[in-house]
Design a protein around this ligand. Structure first.
Ligand code: HPA
Length: 235
């Protein structure tokens, strides 16, 4: 047990999928895993462990934003010995060629700051995905007939953004999408020798203002879970 995770030491797998929403963790575990078992409900931040094609895997909610994700990722890596962490979540598209429902795989994640900035101080660290996971995720997506967008994303501290000038600059520099967690996940994984990746589904579009309805969100979320699992356990 840790401060925020009630699971016993052996109840967390070495591979963890991390959606922001704890209810999506429950849905993903109950939909895709065999024999999912509830291993955490501290603060309602649900975590389940089960198997996928015989491989042990945990799905643990991260909450929204980097400070929340940082708590769970720190405890998973440092206290439970987790080696592979894959964020699965939604993002807002920043480029015209990135459409609603598209899958974005984050090669890098820019940010203004992360919870780790205090230790990196003046360094603009470049948080990047684990190459092996990234490569496997692209292969897994293509095998399912999905052509993912692979490139840089922006991990923002705000959902209700008041800096259109910043969005414009990030868009101008080719950033594919915005979300709120990946930069800290990649930084923590780098620091502790773990592997990390973020596989995202476009839920809204910053240029057009379109957004997915809740039903479509759920079905496109399924593709992303399958890509993440196949990337973690390539055949
Ligand atoms: N901004 C930040 N995070 C997000 C967004 C967004 O527009 N969409 C999904 N996650």
């Amino acid at each position: 047990m840790t401060v925020h995770i009630g699971a016993k030491q052996d109840q967390i797998a070495e591979t963890v999928l991390m959606p922001g929403d704890p209810k999506r963790a429950q849905w993903a575990a109950q939909t895709f895993l065999d024999r999912p078992e509830l291993v955490n409900d501290v603060r309602g931040m649900l975590g389940y462990t089960g198997t996928w094609r015989g491989n042990r895997v945990t799905v643990q909610g991260s909450g929204m934003g980097m400070p929340s994700l940082s708590i769970y990722a720190n405890e998973l890596i440092r206290d439970y010995g987790v080696k592979t962490l894959i964020r699965i979540g939604s993002c807002g598209a920043m480029q015209a060629h990135v459409a609603l429902r598209d899958v974005v795989i984050a090669m890098t994640a820019s940010s203004i700051s992360t919870p780790s900035s205090t230790i990196l101080r003046e360094v603009n660290f470049a948080p990047c995905a684990d190459w092996g996971l990234l490569n496997a995720a692209v292969t897994a997506a293509k095998a399912r007939g999905i052509a993912p967008h692979v490139g840089g994303i922006y991990s923002s501290d705000t959902f209700y953004d008041e800096r259109p000038d910043l969005t414009e600059q990030m868009t101008r520099h080719g950033t594919l999408a915005v979300e709120m967690e990946a930069a800290e996940l990649y930084t923590l994984a780098a620091r502790h020798g773990a592997r990390a990746l973020a596989v995202l589904t476009v839920s809204d579009h910053l240029q057009t203002g379109e957004a997915l309805d809740s039903q479509t969100r759920e079905s496109s979320f399924g593709d992303m879970v399958e890509i993440a699992l196949a990337a973690a356990f390539p055949e």
